[in-house]
Design a protein. Structure first.
Length: 135
């Protein structure tokens, strides 16, 4: 994500093995115009399975990140400009899931409201869902 001041923010997942078990963690870094990327921050719980992160910035530069946790939950954090990462986001109306694949789509409005879309599968069927988080 690039905000109006030229600050570039990126997220990614990094997968490895610990004691023979696959683990994947979500990381964040940002750079300002003319400077390289700063320190890397881990956003997800250590030694969990968090994958597919996406990031968005609103017009003021506030950031929201969301990702899939263990293919059954959507997790996320919010960081206001000049602030620190918040507690986990609580997405509205998340139905019970057998397999949750996502986030498939993500957007952040100028007012800070975030919308996330994902796919849930049960057997041979797949259903799309959308949820909104309002600060």
């Amino acid at each position: 994500a690039v905000d109006a001041n030229g600050r570039t923010s990126v997220v990614w997942d990094q997968t490895g093995f610990v004691s023979g078990n696959a683990v994947s963690e979500v990381y964040f870094a940002e750079a300002t115009t003319g400077n390289g990327f700063g320190a890397i921050e881990r956003l997800s719980p250590a030694l969990g399975y968090s994958a597919g992160p996406v990031i968005a910035a609103d017009a003021l530069g506030n950031l929201v990140v969301t990702w899939s946790a263990r293919f059954t939950d959507l997790s996320g954090l919010r960081r206001p400009v000049g602030g620190t990462w918040s507690a986990a986001l609580s997405w509205e109306t998340l139905p019970a899931a057998s397999d949750r694949w996502g986030p498939a789509g993500f957007a952040l409005g100028a007012d800070g409201d975030a919308a996330v879309a994902w796919i849930e599968s049960a057997g041979a069927s797949a259903t799309p869902f959308v949820s909104v988080w309002a600060p």
